[in-house]
Design a protein around this ligand. Structure first.
Ligand SMILES: Nc1ncnc2c1ncn2[C@@H]1O[C@H](COP(=O)(O)OP(=O)(O)O)[C@@H](O)[C@H]1O
Ligand SMILES: [Mg+2]
Length: 305
């Protein structure tokens, strides 16, 4: 167990004032997550933040993540923050079911996720801004500096990102406090609605990136995207914008896996195939950019169905 985790567990024991038992939760690829329990049945979620994740641009600076986690908690969407330690937070343990991609695609779940996003987005602004275009540039620069191998054909497709940015910048939307990394595993379904955890990449951003990222991470087809856009905005006018952001999610997060593989690795998950994940995300982006509908999306028109 890393020293930082042992230190954090000591601090939690002191805070709780009684012995605790901790069980590592394997799931995420970045930080150390554990369920912490006491003999008398109380339990919490300990999140020990790895500074390397922020240093490599795979997450925002840790102080920003902690501040945003507190702000997200104030909306009722994030878990309550019970205790803040150096580079670690103790959170409310959410009793619920962590979603997977098929669950996210269920029509009723899409409605609930849209409601949770609207609630998060109407809460207090986060302490930092986030742009998927700047994140792509940052990750690409790291790949170049460290001579990391990009998915084959990546640089041929990359100019499309500039076209997407220009199309979105022509009609900017006000930034809202976004999570920016809504893969299914960061969504927990509880009887009171969907809760959102893991503010590692949070920041004020275009709400259409939030929706496009949900769609990319859970392999939405165009009809699912329409459903999510309607559930969030009450109209499908912004479907092209959401689909352009879906493409940016795949194009950018492909590099997240390249950088993670090259600069961090993860002893906890030795079998995880980062290169395959990067190649898969890139292939989806390249497919969508080559599709005849891409021109419609850039023009802000709904593609013919
Ligand atoms: N507050 C919480 N209550 C209950 N389970 C949680 C909580 N936070 C996270 N989890 C569970 O732990 C998993 C990993 O946590 P997460 O914060 O997403 O870490 P990572 O940064 O490693 O992805 C989640 O997918 C979820 O199943
Ligand atoms: Mg996570």
């Amino acid at each position: 167990m890393p020293d930082a985790v042992t230190d954090a567990l000591d601090l939690v024991t002191a805070w709780a004032g009684r012995p605790i038992i901790s069980t590592t939760i394997k799931g995420g690829l970045s930080h150390h997550i554990a369920r912490v329990e006491t003999d008398d049945g109380e339990r919490w979620l300990l999140r020990v933040l790895d500074p390397l994740i922020a240093e490599t641009g795979l997450g925002i600076p840790l102080d920003q993540e902690i501040s945003n986690t507190i702000r997200a908690a104030s909306t009722g969407v994030g878990a309550q923050v019970l205790h803040v330690m150096p580079n670690a937070v103790l959170l409310e343990y959410l009793d619920g079911v962590t979603l997977d991609a098929p669950a996210v695609r269920e029509p009723a779940t899409i409605e609930q996720i849209a409601a949770a996003c609207r609630r998060l987005h109407s809460g207090p602004a986060f302490v930092n801004d986030f742009s998927i275009f700047r994140k792509l540039a940052q990750l690409l620069a790291l790949c170049r500096t460290h001579d990391l191998t990009l998915p084959e054909g990546y640089l041929d497709v990359l100019p499309a990102a500039r076209d997407i940015e220009a199309a979105l910048d022509a009609h900017p939307l006000p930034a809202v406090p976004c999570h920016n990394d809504l893969l299914a595993e960061n969504l927990i379904a509880t009887p009171a609605g969907i809760r959102i955890v893991d503010y590692q990449l949070s920041g004020n951003n275009d709400p259409c990136f939030e929706l496009g990222d949900i769609a990319a991470e859970s392999d939405f087809d165009p009809d699912h995207v329409v459903r999510l856009t309607r559930a969030y905005f009450g109209s499908d006018d912004l479907v092209p914008r959401v689909r352009l952001n879906l493409i940016m999610s795949n194009l950018t997060w492909a590099l997240w896996f390249v950088v993670h593989q090259g600069l961090v690795r993860n002893e906890a998950l030795p079998d995880f195939d980062y290169s395959a994940e990067a190649a898969d995300k890139f292939a989806q982006a390249a497919r969508d950019i080559a599709d005849p509908s891409f021109g419609h999306l850039i023009d802000g028109r709904k593609p013919p169905t």
